[in-house]
Design a protein around this ligand. Structure first.
Ligand code: KIV
Ligand code: NA
Length: 271
């Protein structure tokens, strides 16, 4: 088994082989998800919501991300041949300047992450460039960026107008030019997920962005129906009809790979 690399991910995009990603915060789940062929694990700052019980991701600290990233990597090390690609979120306030971004991304990489993720558009170009120059692969995140929830006026679908969709594409291209490799698209109309994916070299991973992104991601505790709170429209309960977590993970990977998930009912339309 070959570990997944950036090269593998670009090859998967080129071949149209869908990438299955889930969030992961601990060693038991990372070993399980890796065993069940989840391609990418995201140590998401959604751990603020589902692990810490916060209302938003804003209170999550860099040390929290380091702690969970280390745990996820230890779970992979228990396997003789792990293959998952591990992305760690840079938390709110940890990449406001180039200096902070580099200092904090180094901590996540030293905790074992293979790539870091940052939320935002063109303003991140210089930061992305510096991280990549330092050998740190970068995943960008556009659309609904939860760290900006107060600036956005709530957890709302983004890029609903043609103008906003074009602006999102421009930002994606700027981040690509800066050296980013991957792009999470969250809560954008389905046709925007498709349009961006077709017009960038970035590997796109959708969450509420329709079926045409290069891959899909969900919050693990949402798709296992563990999180008790209100769930977004794009969440599907993969435990339904399954008798174990392992079976639910298998169903998720199979449905992402075959294009069965997501369905239009999990997506949004434009203005
Ligand atoms: O933190 C997270 O789980 C995320 C995904 C929802 C993309 O950023
Ligand atoms: Na996140």
């Amino acid at each position: 088994i070959k570990p997944i690399s950036l090269t593998t991910l670009f090859e998967m995009k080129a071949k149209g082989e869908k990438i299955a990603m889930l969030t992961c915060y601990d060693a038991s789940f990372s070993a399980l998800l890796d065993t069940h062929h989840v391609d990418c694990l995201l140590v998401g700052d959604s751990l603020g919501n589902v692990i810490q019980g916060q209302r938003t991701t804003l209170p999550v600290a860099l040390d929290d991300m380091v702690y969970h990233t280390k745990a996820v990597l230890r779970g992979l090390y228990t396997r003789p041949t792990s293959r998952a690609w591990v992305v760690a979120d840079m938390p709110f306030g940890s990449y406001g300047t180039v200096e902070d971004a580099l200092h904090n991304a180094v901590k996540l990489m030293q905790a074992g992450a293979h790539m870091v993720k940052v939320e935002g558009g063109a303003w991140l170009a210089e930061i992305v460039k510096t991280l990549v120059q330092n050998g740190i692969p970068v995943c960008a995140h556009l659309g609904l960026t939860p760290q900006s929830v107060y600036q956005l006026g709530g957890f709302k679908v983004q890029a609903k107008t043609e103008e906003a969709a074009q602006k999102l594409l421009e930002e994606a291209k700027i981040l690509e030019q800066a050296g980013a490799s991957m792009l999470v698209l969250e809560a954008v109309p389905m046709h925007v997920g498709k349009m961006v994916t077709e017009n960038v070299h970035l590997v796109t991973i959708g969450i509420g962005a329709g079926k045409d992104t290069d891959g899909q991601v969900l919050v693990l505790y949402d798709m296992l129906d563990v999180f008790p709170g209100k769930k977004a429209k794009f969440v599907k309960n993969f435990m339904a009809g399954q008798s174990s977590i392992a079976e639910a993970i298998d169903a998720y990977v199979a449905e992402v790979k075959s294009g069965v998930f997501p369905q239009p009912e999990h997506g949004f339309t434009g203005a």
